[in-house]
Design a binder for this molecule. Structure first.
Ligand code: SPV
Ligand code: MG
Length: 548
């Protein structure tokens, strides 16, 4: 047994490192407290949770209801290990201490020893054993059931107490003498012997409809050890009388099961009769209530901690333009030019996939027959020569649905840049390099509502004001990569429709699109510093071949 002074019996460290009071100590405190305590019956994990939710401080693991919930009789038809398995689920489902109705201890002293050890292992805080013989019969069945020999039963109690591995484990000895017709004197004699053998409390049982014999017993017992009662048959007795009699603990022994039987039976009969759920739906617990009871919230929270976020975003790649890379772009667009053994487009698709973006549509135009990759969906802008980027984008309108990434077909960027866009939670967000490249003809220059901050602690948001060429000074350069939430994708579709209506769809480029969007919606900017490139010239291509 653990020493009282170790502290282990009072507090334990749970898996998350928090201290939680021991259930053994909690049950002991309930049983020994001068105030009247209550244990409510439960027979599985769910009913245990509901008992806890109602505010009870402890659970009665009823032999009758545990076996009935398995469809079995209260005659030790369930094996004790089957009972133990249910108890483990109940203990896992709640933080409450459980007092198991251990029937007769499932055999002799030796069976009780093993039972108590296993209960301690599984954090079941106590056991009640009754002075009858294995296999037991429920106390409310028949008359004058045979009782155990008193001394033999004392051996079972001693063996149980000697086997507990937690100091605060509670063993309750149940006296059946009144029920078996042996009278008050025998009940008191046995209670005294069981107490002397080491029982922590006495359960005095009665099947009379009045509490008279229980109250007489309590009076004569004189509080020599805590008294536990089960008022199933004398349910009409006002609880105040138990308080006055200085009863320690009242067990409501089977009411969770009985209420579920009534409810299930009524529902099954109604649905059978009516062949419809209409009448019952409003009076059964909502399905969400089930999720709540079994702790789905906690699972979601744990998933966010343990499962790497995989995006379900789709992407549209604008790959229609030829580009000007000399001979290399004679027969193919620049997105299909080889960069260290792979077309540029393949590298882009691989980066998208590594961030979880696998549903990718490329808008082809120049050299469209050369734009083919495994798993890549394509749509064509056959008017690529006379139209601009927004028109190309509109060719992939059916792919702009839900979380969507829009990217130029000639850019390369490190994976973290896209991951940051996808994780930031904005409806529209652009990757912007805070140091625009020097040089002419950059069309994707950005004016934001504030420059990039060098302050590590600055978590303020930055918004796009406008984007285009000839902006000097600019706050940055758009990298050709943007992410839209489902809402943002809706706004994008609206803007495409608006441009179609006002006649600018065919000529507008993406900087014009984002400037329009920024006028109506919040378009966020995330600043980066390098780690990306686009391939406009042969010099860029040479650099791309070194970009790993
Ligand atoms: C039980 O709940 O299984 C009991 C209490 O033993 S009683 O059924 O009242 O005997
Ligand atoms: Mg029982």
């Amino acid at each position: 047994m653990l020493g009282k002074g170790t502290g282990l019996a009072v507090e334990r460290v749970n898996l998350s490192g928090a201290r939680e009071p021991s259930r053994f100590a909690a049950l002991r405190a309930l049983i020994t407290s001068p105030a009247l305590s209550f244990l409510m019956e439960a027979h599985n994990g769910l009913s245990a949770k509901i008992v806890e939710e109602a505010g009870f401080q402890g659970i009665w693991g009823s032999g009758l209801t545990l076996s009935a919930s398995m469809g079995l009789r209260d005659s030790n038809e369930a094996s004790w290990t089957q009972v133990l398995e249910q108890l483990e689920l109940m203990a896992d489902a709640t933080r409450l201490p459980i007092l198991l109705d251990g029937d007769t201890g499932y055999g002799n002293f030796n069976n009780v020893r093993r039972l108590v050890r296993k209960l301690c292992d599984r954090k079941v805080a106590g056991v009640c054993i009754e002075d009858k013989l294995f296999p037991k019969t429920n106390s409310f069945i028949g008359e004058a059931q045979p009782m155990a020999d008193m001394d033999e039963f004392c051996g079972r109690i001693k063996a149980g107490k000697d086997s507990q591995t937690d100091d605060d484990f509670v063993l309750v000895a149940r006296v059946e003498a009144l029920i078996c017709g042996h009278g008050m004197a025998e009940a008191l004699r046995r209670a005294e012997a069981y107490h002397a053998a080491g029982a922590d409390a006495i359960l005095i049982h009665s099947k009379q409809s009045s509490a008279a014999e229980i109250l007489t017993f309590a009076e004569q017992w004189q509080n020599r050890a805590p008294l536990v009662i089960v008022p199933t048959k004398y349910y009409a007795t006002p609880t105040e009388q138990f308080r006055t009699a200085k009863i320690s603990t009242v067990i409501w022994a089977n009411h969770m099961l009985r209420t579920s039987i009534s409810a299930m039976r009524e529902l099954a009969q109604t649905v059978k009769r009516q062949e419809s759920l209409i009448e019952v739906e409003h009076r059964v617990a909502p399905v969400n209530d089930i999720f709540k009871l079994v702790g789905n919230d906690e699972l979601e929270e744990a998933e966010s901690r343990y499962i790497p976020r995989k995006s379900s975003a789709r992407a549209v790649i604008l790959a229609a333009s030829q580009g000007a890379l000399g001979d290399l772009t004679d027969d193919r667009p620049k997105c299909m030019v080889d960069v260290r053994g792979q077309p540029l487009l393949q590298r882009l698709v691989t980066t998208l996939a590594s961030s979880g973006v696998r549903n990718v549509t490329a808008v082809r135009g120049y050299g469209k027959q050369t734009v083919r990759l495994d798993g890549l969906r394509t749509v064509d802008n056959d008017r690529f020569a006379e139209t601009g980027e927004l028109y190309s984008l509109s060719c992939a309108l059916d792919a702009i649905e839900g979380e969507t990434v829009i990217v130029y077909g000639d850019v390369l960027f490190r994976k973290y840049i896209l991951d940051n866009l996808l994780e930031c939670g904005a409806d529209i967000v652009l990757a912007v390099d805070q140091s625009p490249r020097a040089g002419a003809n950059i069309r994707d220059l950005v004016v934001a509502d504030r420059p990039a901050s060098r302050d590590y602690l600055d978590e303020g948001e930055t918004r796009l004001v406008r984007m285009g060429a000839d902006i000097n000074p600019a706050h940055g350069e758009w990298m050709g990569l943007a992410a839209f939430s489902a809402t943002g994708a809706g706004w994008l579709r609206e803007e495409i429709a608006a441009a179609r209506a006002d006649g600018t769809l065919e000529t507008a480029d993406l900087p014009a699109l984002f400037t329009r969007l920024a006028a109506r919606h919040k378009v966020r900017i995330l600043y980066f510093n390098g780690h990306w490139m686009d391939v406009d010239t042969l010099v860029d291509l040479a650099a791309a071949r070194n970009f790993s």
